[in-house]
Design a protein around this ligand. Structure first.
Ligand SMILES: O=C(O)CCC(=O)C(=O)O
Length: 274
């Protein structure tokens, strides 16, 4: 509902949050109600390259891991860890400047990319992300500050018709999943243009919508977490040898691979062999 007569004055207020930029406002919204949308800043031609690389990667992935096998384990509509397949576009999305700036606002201290997945919402068909879940699944604790943020990059426009993501506002502040009636009354669908990131506190309940159109609706999902959580698939071990800056290596988790022994742990602390 859009309304134009919201009071701008207040009284009895001693404390107020400040957010004077689009990104600051988005961060405040993620903290308060668990989700917000930001623009990635990509041009139309960059979005076209991303779309093409997504299609090629999807085709190669299904060929390599077998459509029948992937379908039998409910994995046909997910492309696991595409940034490690060799193309540059997925890596660029994971290191997008606007996104990293938001993550620095939202996660205190260090964070790493915990996982990246291509997500395909297939036309006229249910898929594995179409059920309510958190991106730290099976967890019911509440945290005062985000431990992980989900960044869903829209490769295609997200519309009501093609199954734009449903969210349950502020549910990152609830331990239990709310009752069915509550969900039906309070869920909202987030429409977004191709090139947007939908940012979620990872504890926010969300679900892909049913795609009523005749085309796939594609996205690239990312989970960034504090470095204490293990990656879904070991990214440093599977990365092709791109030249990366120190910050990029840090975000991709190169500095947080678990030591294999005490000697390795001590070597990582001191830089000297024991
Ligand atoms: O496809 C969507 O709209 C949601 C994706 C999702 O829930 C996920 O990847 O965790």
């Amino acid at each position: 509902m859009i309304t134009d007569n919201i009071p701008s004055e207040s009284y009895g207020v001693l404390q107020q949050n400040l957010s004077d930029t689009v990104f600051g406002e988005a961060a405040e919204q993620v903290r308060n109600i668990g989700y917000a949308t930001i623009d990635s800043g990509y041009t139309a031609s960059e979005l076209q390259s991303i779309s093409e690389e997504f299609s090629c990667t999807q085709e190669r992935y299904v060929e390599r891991y077998s459509e029948i096998k992937l379908r039998s384990i409910n994995e046909l509509h997910t492309i696991r860890s595409p940034l490690t397949h060799g193309g540059l576009e997925f890596l660029r999305i994971a290191l997008n400047e606007n996104l990293l700036m938001m993550l620095k606002k939202l996660i205190s201290g260090k964070f790493i990319l915990n996982q990246q997945n291509g997500v395909v919402n297939p036309p006229q068909e249910n898929y594995n992300q179409g059920a309510w879940h958190r991106d730290l699944p099976y967890q019911h604790f509440i945290s005062t500050t985000p431990l992980a943020i989900n960044a869903l990059f829209c490769v295609d426009n997200f519309t009501f018709e093609n199954g734009a993501t449903f969210v349950l506002p502020a549910s990152h502040k609830l331990e239990a999943f709310p009752s069915d009636n509550y969900v039906q009354k309070n869920a909202i669908q987030v429409e977004a243009k191709a090139g947007s990131f939908i940012l979620l506190d990872c504890m926010l309940f969300h679900a892909g919508g049913f795609n009523k159109t005749h085309s796939e609706r594609r996205a690239v999902n990312h989970v960034y977490s504090i470095p204490y959580f293990k990656q879904q698939i070991n990214i440093p071990m599977n990365m092709k040898p791109f030249s990366l800056s120190d910050e990029e290596r840090d975000v991709l988790g190169f500095n947080y691979v678990e030591p294999t022994s005490i000697a390795d742990y001590l070597l990582k602390q001191t830089g000297e062999k024991c």
